[in-house]
Ligand binder design. Structure first.
Ligand code: FRU
Length: 441
């Protein structure tokens, strides 16, 4: 039956059929998290870009709804964002019924333009403003077709809308009073596609806030923002690597919650299935101080806790012992494993699933699965890895979300090693295994 196919991820969002890529229009409204997404409803391949739509009340269980935006005369529906226009600045709303306003890119062979659509029925149906004609067409300004992925939010101090837009070699800022007329303000080079921009506290301190700007490939910069210009105060860092791409964060999360919640596209092939790709786990983004300055941390949202049942827990093991104990879980197709291990006499150590390296740390070069990573406490040489396996994918969160990465799972059942720690004489301080419920009925 639906969602029960043998390669269907069991606790990540996938579409019933067809292709998905970027999350779009992520907005919270009247108890529902809306996840729109780049979608080809007809085939497993990237084509016919439309906005698919799913809703959730808890960020864990999703209900897929009919396609929200279909291609039109102006183009196919590329990525964008959505906001609730509570003050009816656009005039699209009705008394007591603020509009959900989507800003999207229409893509055609000649150009990419920015357009507006609105919904008065909680995103179930949309009306295209001005018959889908563009509100921004900046191809000539930049002599570039790559002008896309509008990311819009309300800038409270200035009482105006802000749009971050990928243009040519970076992200531009536009402002607007009504979501229809936009004024170009500034540009930051060094990013590509799917911008986001938001303010976070450092270590939860309300008097110490910074802005974060990122692009599709998970690089970010920390800086300041005055409503018109982003001023970087850091170099570029990574918050994640691997299959994660084009992540977006929710708008209109209530102040009483205050979290910055992100969902990213998992570029994960789904072999033999009528659908392709997936969304990765929703995470909460925070800025925390480290020895190298403030950094973006990313951890699964607390709502995911309902999925996990503790199965086994051990402490202070040597790797041979741990590898024996994990044998009973070799055949699980989904699992969460959390472990803290200490390199001790090893310069390189890690944790595999069959031949696949889920965690591999090289102390000499500070390399974690191919990316530079320097633990904050270099004296203890302990690494904590929180690993989420779901049939076709693996997500790993290191040291409380200081770094994360994701990969396709490559099951190799002929290799008899199963789960195994490796490295010379390492100490496994803690090892926890959780079984995982399915989110599908
Ligand atoms: C990123 C992206 C966006 C674009 C969309 C098209 O994955 O290339 O820049 O809007 O995908 O599907």
């Amino acid at each position: 039956s639906l969602y029960q196919e043998h390669n269907r991820p069991q606790y990540h969002f996938t579409t019933r059929r067809g292709w998905i890529n970027d999350p779009n229009g992520m907005v919270f409204y009247e108890g529902e998290y809306h996840l729109f997404y780049q979608h080809n409803p007809y085939e497993r391949e990237w084509e016919n870009m439309s906005w698919g739509h799913a809703v959730s009340k808890d960020l864990v269980h999703w209900e897929e709804l009919p396609v929200a935006l279909h291609p039109d005369k102006v183009g196919t529906m590329f990525s964008g964002s959505a906001v609730i226009d509570y003050d009816n600045t656009s005039g699209f709303g009705k008394p007591g019924k603020p509009a959900m306003v989507a800003l999207y890119t229409a893509d055609n062979p000649d150009r990419e333009v920015q357009c507006v659509a609105y919904s008065l029925d909680k995103g179930r149906t949309f009306t295209k403003y001005n018959d889908g004609k563009p509100v921004i067409d900046s191809k000539e300004k930049w002599n570039s077709r790559d002008t896309r992925d509008p990311r819009v939010f309300w800038y409270k101090p200035g009482k105006h809308w802000v749009m971050v837009l990928n243009e040519r070699d970076g992200h531009s800022i536009y402002t607007s009073a009504n979501l229809k007329e936009w004024k170009y303000e500034s540009h930051t080079t060094g990013f590509w596609e799917c911008p986001d921009l938001f303010e976070l506290t450092i270590d939860g301190d309300q008097n110490n806030k910074k802005w974060v700007m990122y692009g599709a490939s998970n690089t970010y910069m920390i800086g300041s923002f005055d409503g018109k210009t982003f001023k970087p105060e850091s170099g570029k860092h990574y918050f994640s690597s691997g299959t994660l791409y084009a992540a977006q964060t929710f708008t209109n999360i209530p102040d009483s919650d205050g979290r910055r919640i992100q969902i990213g596209w998992g570029r994960v092939a789904q072999p033999g299935m009528a659908f392709n790709n997936m969304m990765l786990l929703p995470t909460v983004l925070t800025l925390r101080s480290t020895k190298n300055g403030p950094r973006l941390f990313s951890e699964p949202v607390k709502e995911t806790a309902q999925l996990f049942e503790p199965a086994k827990q051990w402490s202070n093991l040597k790797s041979d012992d741990a590898n024996q104990k994990l044998k009973e879980f070799y055949n699980a197709d989904r699992l969460r494993i959390k472990t803290t291990f200490k390199l001790s006499h090893a310069t390189e150590a890690g944790f595999n699933l069959f031949a696949q390296r889920m965690v591999g740390y090289d102390m000499n070069f500070n390399m974690l699965n191919g990316m530079f990573y320097s633990p904050d406490d270099m004296t203890s040489m302990e690494i904590t890895a929180d690993i989420y396996i779901d049939r076709t994918s693996i997500e790993v969160f290191i040291d409380g979300g200081a770094f994360s990465y994701s990969m396709e799972r490559k099951p190799d059942l002929n290799n008899k090693e199963g789960f195994h720690f490796w490295g010379n004489n390492i100490d496994i301080k803690n090892l926890e295994v959780f079984t995982v419920k399915s989110i599908w009925k």
